[in-house]
Design a binder for this molecule. Structure first.
Ligand SMILES: Nc1ncnc2c1ncn2[C@@H]1O[C@H](COP(=O)(O)OP(=O)(O)OP(=O)(O)O)[C@@H](O)[C@H]1O
Length: 273
């Protein structure tokens, strides 16, 4: 299926590119607890990469390492060929990494549009002084451009009819969609989705799957997602990393992983040595 140096062609004919991020021997400890132990894998341009594993396997911790929120205790993170050190949140966003959270993190009292606009903050170059001299400084043009980008995302995610609605009034599935819109507003190179389908009904899941596939296709966004619904993982992802007790026990195409005995055992709860 693949020549890993040159990228690879997926089963559905999409061309996946070279390595965007490489995680080398990542270990993450919280005091005496080792949440991640010597895990290595890469993320390739344009692919949909899933991280799966039983509860407490270390998936969210790994997503936090990828996002730069956690600095690993050991190991190296390479992003676009450069070794990454500790970073501030705004530096992470500027690198082109955005995420959604397991528990929705939106401003309930603000409209859908305003929530999505917050996703553009890292792209707003003009500061307060520029805002004061709005017309003279180019801030007006910048705001116009930001609005245009946000409108495109609103159209793409089919949420035009709720643009002015306060987020707090929306049903769960739509809130998740607004969170996705906000992450997309940052125009990320890598989009991290922490259980994007959790708590959704079947119809909402189908919608979310379609949006994830479409945004990968239309914007070329590389996606890393944690998901418990195996049907969703197998349908969506190009490659899957499987974690159990902080270790990597599988890595490959969905079919390879499904037939991996260690993975089957982990999900069936077979005892470890
Ligand atoms: N900030 C933290 N401080 C201390 N321990 C933590 C912290 N975050 C996670 N852990 C521990 O690290 C281990 C891995 O947790 P993590 O949340 O990464 O797993 P997970 O696979 O995402 O689980 P789930 O599917 O339940 O969300 C767990 O034992 C957890 O209790």
């Amino acid at each position: 299926m693949k020549d890993m140096n040159e990228g690879y062609l997926t089963a559905d004919g999409r061309q996946i590119g070279g390595v965007v991020m490489e995680l080398k021997d990542i270990t993450l400890r919280f005091g005496g607890l080792t949440a991640i132990e010597k895990i290595s894998f890469d993320i390739r341009d344009g692919e949909i990469r899933a991280i799966i594993g039983p509860n407490g396997a270390g998936k969210s911790s790994m997503l936090n390492v990828i996002s730069g929120f956690y600095v690993p205790s050991d190991g190296e993170v390479w992003f676009k060929g450069v070794r990454r050190g500790p970073m501030k949140p705004y530096e992470i966003a500027r690198l082109g990494i955005a995420r959604t959270f397991q528990n929705i993190a939106l401003f309930d009292g603000m409209s859908v549009l305003d929530n999505i606009m917050t996703g553009r903050l890292t792209h707003m170059k003009k500061g307060l002084i520029a805002q004061a001299g709005w017309w003279f400084t180019g801030a007006a043009r910048e705001e116009y451009e930001n609005r245009e980008k946000v409108e495109r995302i609103i159209d793409f995610l089919e949420i035009q009819n709720i643009r002015k609605t306060p987020v707090g009034r929306l049903p769960y599935g739509l809130k998740k969609r607004v969170e996705l819109a906000r992450a997309l507003a940052a125009e990320p190179k890598i989009l991290l989705l922490d259980e994007p389908m959790a708590g959704m009904n079947v119809e909402e899941k189908e919608d979310m799957c379609r949006f994830v596939l479409d945004l990968n296709d239309e914007f070329g966004t590389t996606i890393v997602l944690i998901e418990h619904d195996m049907g969703v993982v197998m349908d969506l992802s190009d490659r899957v990393v499987v974690m159990d007790y902080g270790k990597k026990i599988g890595d490959g195409a969905p079919d390879e992983v499904r037939n991996n005995q260690a993975v089957v055992d982990a999900y069936l709860g077979v005892a470890h040595d």
